[in-house]
Design a protein around this ligand. Sequence first.
Ligand SMILES: [Zn+2]
Ligand SMILES: [Zn+2]
Length: 811
Amino acid sequence: MSEFCDVALPVPLDLVFTYAVPEGMQPVVGGRVLVPFRQQRMSGIVTALHDNQPTVKTKNVISVLDPAPVLDEQLIQLGQWIAGYYLAPVGEVFRTMLPLGAEFKRTIGYRITEQGHMTLHLAGMSGSSARSQKTPEDQFAEMRVLDYLAEREMTREESLRAATRASKALLAGMVRKKWIVREDLSDAQEATRTVRFAILRSSEGKLNSNQQTLVDTLAAAGGKVAVESLQSLEVPRTTLGTLVKRGFVEIVEEAAEFTASGLKARPSLFDSQFSPAQQAALKSIQQSVNARRFCGTLLHGITGSGKTAIYLSAMRAVLEAGRSALLLVPEIGLTPAVAADLHQLFGEGVAILHSGLSDKERAQQWHRIKRGHARMVVGTRSAVFAPVSDLALVIVDEEQDPSYKQEEMPRYHARDVAVMRAKMANAAVVLGSATPSLESYFNAKKGKYKLLEMPDRVEQRPLPEVEIIDMRQEFQETGSEQVISRKLAEEIKERLERKEQVMVLLNRRGYSPVVLCRTCGKKLECKNCAIAMSHHKRSPRMECHYCGYTAPVPKACVYCGSEYVYFLGTGSEKLEELLHGMFPQARIGRLDRDTVRGREDFERALNALDEGELDMLVGTQMIAKGHDVHGVTLVGVVGADMALGFPDFRAAERTFQLLTQVEGRAGRGNTPGKVVLQTYFPDHYAVQYAAQHDFVGFYEKELRFRSWMHYPPYSALANVLVRSGKLDEALRWSGILGKWFETTRHEGIRVLGPAAAPIVRLKRDYRYHFVVKSASREKLNTLLRTMLAYVAQQKIPRTQVIVDVDAVWLM
Ligand SMILES: [Zn+2]
Ligand SMILES: [Zn+2]
């Protein structure tokens, strides 16, 4: 029996805490314990058991939450690696790895009583109540709480306090006065969302035509369809009820994982034969899996070359061997249709983890995986931590996608964590992409990964022809700023006449990106950020795309009162309107964050295009992601090069990737595709190489630039950001760090800064940064660790100094 245990707690401190283990308690390494920390109780992961009496007095463990480890040895090791590599507090890392926070957290909620309503009503009539002894601030706070609750049902404590700034003591006082009630919601409210399914039980018997339609639809969809999707059929609602009564159909409720959406059965991914390139790639991956030691592969397959079918085949082989596989996909990649494919292929053996899950659903999936019920795990970023055993294969699809980078503590990159996890498990890892990141391609070229190339589309379909339109010249020739060039308009018209489909990309949402005053020259800026607010016409409102702050659309300048305010520039909402005006007959859909609330919206728009219900789809980079619509023969790029003007060394790479992806949407069916690429940077190599579909050309040019500038992959890079809501504090702290970097000489390390971050104010914080680079990752990490110690010594709060190792976003 060990006397002490070390516990990693989810606090922003780079250390573990030692507690005494009371007689009879048996904590385990990798399991959770409940401990006192400052004035609270907190759960943390036990990282070690020992008998070394600490020099300071220790408190006792309150209780042991897990009799067996929830994080196995490999995951503990992985967490410690992340903490070291990304300089993140290990307790925060473990919390991110373990989606079980909901299990022991009590959820408190409040609701208003009749008496509370009455109080609020009286206060409204008489101003403030004179009988009270309390300060006016408290009375205001109480009224704010009543006001807030009066319009709502049961409200969670966190939301209530965040909205009204009420203290716990104030709420307790209100409970005593019986104005509000407090309830424990831990069990009540977390009920799983369910979906009703209609299941076909029999089709023998006399049916009228409506009933027949319903039964046929069910049969065609494999006998089971969500009730909701049946409502799109043109049969009366009562028909289903009648069929249930007669025993033809049964209604069941199931937990909503993903509702397999479409009524149309999708053709299996294995219906068509694998091409020789696909077969060779699959064989190579299977050899790596069977070798049972670490092996990395970069699968570079152009858009439309059939990578997904290879992933799923390789995973199926792993499942048949009784082992486990992880497939990571970018945020938007996990649509209901993909989920349906996965269920069809792996049945109950698959767990799907996506950001739409509630805490409770996430915990349920976690337990299914931990128990070994689901050995195939598909999910976004954090699925890399799924507790599978006997891991054989990890696949990262679209490995260059920025959604793999977590932009909050701990700031890890899921692709790189996936590689490390595979290393620790002696497993194979496959990074797949049409446009690999510079880093991954560089690693493959240096022999760290096997490089598998698939340079041809399936069925030898040609890549689209790309025509570059110089928009500066267009301006000179037409005498005004054009959104749609004459050439693009003409090509669209031709396609519409031929009943072919068109996609138009403008990577900026909203109606107008800038509102400018012609009198004082100021742009309307977000009050939290140094960012111009965008005009959204339909909603109508002004919105900051960085922090989400919204404001009314101004009729006059908010700074000088002048009425000469102008709405400038074009976003996807305005583009849609323009195209409606130019092609009134065309059916046009739009895909961006304003029209897509969830994955289902996303899929609905794509289905509509696929089914020929739309002639044209406009949108932001969302339309560029890897989906397969065969009728699109023209892709217009109206704006995708804005990033080239950003002071970010990855801007060219990102632009090249986006252009290549959107080009890949054209000509996936039998008719060859064409791309009209409008740009203000026609000579930029990112634009040129993207137009020539020349990845290697781009890669070599970009590498030369990175090498000159000592940027990744030639050096390890970290962005050190100092932030504060107070400008003088941000300046003082960055000054302190600047002096420290200057006075401590560091061989082989370059430090740029302090400088104002390109976005100097974001979400109310003033931001100054340093870019730190070194050819040696070890030296870089040692320096950053020493710096963090100095930060602590200088009493600069750890949360205000962000260390972003391998930063992908330097803005
Ligand atoms: Zn003004
Ligand atoms: Zn903002």
